[in-house]
Design a protein around this ligand. Structure first.
Ligand code: SF4
Length: 560
């Protein structure tokens, strides 16, 4: 469809109002204000016309933000040194922590917390609330922040990154304009900061196109599913942080659970699993429900009420999977840059610091009126000199060490602790996650998918949980999960893998239903989508491309 688009000039464009993008906007504004007060502001930022814009695909800032979450305050201390005196939405300081190995009915506490995995001085937070709060600071500073607006495609010209085209609104499911059709806008920016979170669609397109991943490991992922539970007061002390491994994932499967007490009456509980698993019938949502039937876990939740559900992927590839962070007109921040400490399973503090470093580099580029890679490479220099680089370097082979299961992972981890993060090899290799899944015929016991029963009190089916996620989309729009070859799904995949999309999607988007000819065919319920991107990563034929739906659609992760 040929579309006439408006074009708008922006000086700095931030795509994604997560902790990284918002920190970049806050810090850049602070630098400009400070330089103005000193009478030293020169260059583009000194102009009355200077524009800093943030765009975000969710309807409100924070709606798509989900994490455990335990915040290491080191990033926030640098961004907003007085945050403790402000009304920052901190749920509770960490007061108790422990790691447990779970058997089917029992638990064994680790005698110590392994080095580098402790939470002393950290805080239990809701990432949704923290992000909303950062968003309110950005708005107070007069930054133009537009929600319900997704970056749909990059503008790449003359070898450089020149901005993004936002999503068209009002297209029907067949791709035709509806009566409310509004074409997306070309936002032409001198500098674009991409902070789309894990597996961002613009990032995923431009990183290989611009060769930013040359010589790097492919990114590897986990998916985490989470429920928020209101429980009777006093069951778990606010600020308690427990992690578990073992049941129900077992010893060959990399992943584990968390139980965080946000208050005496509110528990964040979730399970994460690496996406390099073998069994095509693996269903993380179902396994998480099973986890809650463990006697200890069910005793924590008994008499309580599940109030929210969500799912998200986490980029775990670590140091060697971090792409080149800059190009002409472009910087990558937060999880778009793969900045996550896989050993601590923490990225918020790294995201905030990356936003700070990108802002300092943008400020320098605006002052020098030069937005080329030669100036923006200053971001990479800042990264290499920062504690972010040191932190990632110290755990550089952590995730890859678990490729062969929990025991070999623990041996690798011990070797890494003794060798400052190196372990048995300078750089452990990595493969994309979608290459690990086995065909049904290769699985030791090929059988039908496990039929699970849910009681509606402790355990829930996917549809009930999807309802609790608050997700909503305009129904009359093209599906935002694009199949490269739809025939593979109804034929080859059914035969070879038993259509694993039915199991790996934590939101019942993909179902095999009986077609007119009595054969099974794929039905996609796109409006259930939680934007976790698991399907884009793990499909064994790499046959699914997830693109942002019409801006404003998606989950509503209040309090998550
Ligand atoms: Fe996640 Fe894909 Fe399912 Fe959406 S369709 S919830 S992105 S797996």
């Amino acid at each position: 469809m040929e579309v006439q688009r408006e074009s708008m000039e922006v000086d700095v464009l931030v795509v994604g109002a997560g902790p990284a993008g918002l920190s970049a906007a806050i810090h850049l504004t602070n630098l400009i204000e400070a330089a103005r007060e000193r009478g030293e502001l020169t260059g583009v930022a000194a102009s009355e016309e200077f524009t800093l814009m943030v765009i975000e695909k969710s309807a409100e800032v924070g709606d798509h933000m989900l994490s455990g979450a335990v915040l290491d305050p080191v990033g926030l201390d640098e961004l907003l040194p007085d945050w403790r005196d402000r009304d920052a939405p901190i749920a509770a300081p960490v007061v108790e922590e422990g790691i447990y190995y779970l058997t089917r009915t029992g638990r064994v506490r680790f005698p110590i917390t392994p080095p580098g995995m402790g939470h002393h001085g950290c805080y239990v937070v809701s990432l949704n609330q923290l992000t909303r709060w950062l968003g309110s600071i950005v708005e107070e500073k007069g930054v133009e922040l537009f929600t319900g607006m997704a970056g749909a495609s990059p503008i790449l010209e003359d070898g450089g990154f020149k901005g993004v085209v936002t999503d068209d609104k009002g297209i029907d499911k067949d791709g035709n304009p509806r009566s409310n059709f509004e074409p997306g806008i070309e936002l032409r920016a001198k500098i674009t900061i991409l902070g789309e979170g894990p597996r961002g669609s613009l990032t995923g397109e431009v990183v290989p196109k611009l060769g930013l991943d040359e010589g790097r490991n492919p990114q590897n992922y986990l998916t985490g599913v989470k429920e928020l539970w209101e429980v009777p007061a006093g069951r778990v002390k606010a600020g308690t942080v427990w992690h578990t491994i073992g049941f129900p994932l077992g010893l060959r499967h990399y992943g584990g659970s968390w139980i965080y007490a946000m208050s005496d009456e509110l528990l964040s509980i979730g399970l994460s699993s690496a996406l390099n698993y073998r069994d095509p019938r693996f269903d993380l949502h179902g396994v998480f429900q099973e986890f809650k039937t463990h006697p200890w876990i069910s005793s924590l939740l008994k008499g309580g009420k599940m109030v929210r559900y969500g799912a998200k992927t986490i980029g775990e590839g670590g140091y060697f999977a971090v792409p080149r962070l800059y190009h002409d007109g472009l910087m990558l921040v937060g999880e778009s840059a793969g900045l996550l400490n896989s050993k601590r399973l923490k990225g918020i503090h790294l995201a905030i610091k990356s936003g700070i470093m990108a802002a300092e580099t943008a400020f320098e580029a605006l002052t020098r009126e030069n937005y080329s890679a030669s100036v923006l490479s200053g971001y990479d220099e800042r990264y290499r000199k920062s504690w972010v680089h040191q932190e990632l370097w110290n755990v550089r082979n952590f995730h890859q060490g678990f490729e062969k299961g929990l025991f070999s992972g623990m041996i690798n981890t011990a070797a890494q602790i003794l060798t400052g993060g190196r372990g048995v090899k300078t750089r452990l290799d990595a493969r994309p996650d979608h290459g690990f899944m086995c065909k049904l015929s290769e699985m030791p016991k090929a059988r039908s998918p496990i039929e699970r029963k849910f009681d509606g009190e402790l355990t829930f089916d996917k549809l009930t949980d999807v309802y609790a996620s608050g997700t909503k989309h305009e129904e009359n729009q093209p599906p935002h999960m694009r199949l490269i070859d739809a025939d593979i799904c109804n034929d080859r995949c059914t035969e070879e893998y038993g259509n694993p999309c039915q199991h790996f999607c934590p939101a019942l988007v993909y179902e095999m239903v009986e077609g007119d000819n009595g054969k099974l065919k794929l039905q996609i319920s796109a409006s259930n989508c939680l934007h976790c991107k698991t399907c884009d990563i793990v499909d064994p034929y790499d046959n699914i491309t997830w693109v942002p739906p019409e801006g404003g659609g998606g989950p509503k992760y209040g309090g998550m």
